[in-house]
Design a protein around this ligand. Structure first.
Ligand code: KG4
Ligand code: ZN
Length: 341
């Protein structure tokens, strides 16, 4: 069976091909120009997706060594994401599906991330504790099967990646913030500043807005203008902030692990690319004697492979979708079929 996966929810266009169980192509085109504006400009993002999607699709088929007519299932991200960007990939997929009379599977982007560990050689085992840390979401989930996900905790304000991006901006690092903070933190002292970890009403929820404000207050109080922070002190702030984010994530995961039994743990999404956060989770997994699956970098950020994989599991679970299925920019409206509170 050949599954196509298309991703265009934000600033990556990606097309992937899975032949039976083997990933044959996962082409990702990143819109680097947004860094000139300090963040993603939705209209420019949609235009860039439109320009690249056809050549990227043709290249992916070439790389996988298949013809269009061989595709059995067409999957694409339906949300959450930027509406204009989503529409490019989703409507491209609908057009293919309609013209080839092959099933169309709209994929929830977060479900793509949740199962992205299955793209690795060492796969998660059910039930596993999944920590989703992306630009738009921070989630703690109990994943029992491909069709049963229980939400334990969610984002109450800024997501983890959003906090990285906003703190990077206020420290003058630019966009995207995550990798730049990580780089600066490598030369900083993480114990220099004790930034607080917020407590939430639901103990498994995540809040990073207070942490961002603490960094802002620290900078205002000690330097006034962020431009006057000496480089070594900027590195210390980055390292201390990164440690606070890692602590917030691992402390909640540890709490869940004390109460529930899991066969594995998986940390996924763009922020899971962070070396310090990966190491922090490796330490917990070793202590708890728990299998840990953190996808390689190619599968942490947005990619078509995770969308193709999720489309395949939905198809195999017998799910059918009509071409009327809409794109949904927000998670609240999105048909999160298998997720229960
Ligand atoms: O999953 P993703 O690619 O897109 C969404 O679904 O949102 O996540 C993007 C986020 C951005 O906020 C980016 O700053 C963050 O992931 N990120 C990182 C790192 N690489 C990307 N955050 C921390 N450390 C990194 N190395
Ligand atoms: Zn994502």
């Amino acid at each position: 069976m050949i599954t196509l996966g298309i991703e265009s929810s934000c600033d990556e266009t990606s097309v992937a091909v899975i032949v039976d169980n083997e990933l044959k192509a996962n082409l990702i085109s990143s819109q680097d120009f947004h860094k000139n504006f300090g963040g993603v400009i939705p209209e420019l993002s949609s235009r860039a997706h439109l320009q690249i999607i056809v050549p990227l699709y043709k290249n992916a088929l070439n790389l996988a060594g298949i013809e269009q007519s061989q595709i059995d299932v067409v999957g694409a991200t339906a949300g959450p994401g930027l509406i204009g960007s989503l529409l490019v990939g989703l409507n491209f997929a609908k057009g293919l599906s309609f013209s080839m009379k092959k099933p169309f599977i709209p994929v929830n982007h977060l479900e793509g991330h949740i199962f992205s560990g299955f793209l690795m050689e060492e796969k998660p085992e059910f039930p596993y504790l999944c920590v989703v840390v992306s630009g738009g979401h921070s989630l703690l989930l109990s994943v029992k099967s491909f069709t049963e996900i229980r939400m334990l905790g969610t984002t109450v304000d800024d997501a983890a990646g959003e906090a990285f991006d906003k703190v990077a901006k206020l420290l003058g690092f630019g966009y995207p913030g995550g990798p730049l903070i990580q780089k600066a933190a490598e030369n900083g002292d993480e114990t220099k500043i004790d930034f607080p970890v917020a407590q939430c009403k639901n103990e498994f929820d995540f809040s990073f807005s207070g942490l961002k404000t603490s960094v802002l207050r620290y900078v205002q109080k000690n330097y006034g203008d962020p431009r006057s922070i000496p480089e070594n002190e900027r590195n210390d702030i980055a390292a201390s902030f990164q440690r606070a984010v890692a602590n917030a994530l691992t402390s909640k995961a540890k709490k869940v692990l004390r109460r529930q039994r899991f066969k594995a743990m998986s940390v996924v999404g763009g922020v899971a690319a962070n070396t310090y956060i990966r190491k922090s989770f490796e330490e917990i997994a070793a202590k708890e004697n728990l299998k840990l699956v953190v996808p390689k970098l190619e599968f942490c950020g947005d990619n078509g492979a995770m969308i193709a994989f999720r489309a395949k599991t939905l198809y195999e679970a017998g799910r059918k979708f009509s071409l009327d299925y809409q794109a949904f920019p927000s998670m609240k409206k999105l048909n999160f079929d298998f997720m229960k509170k």
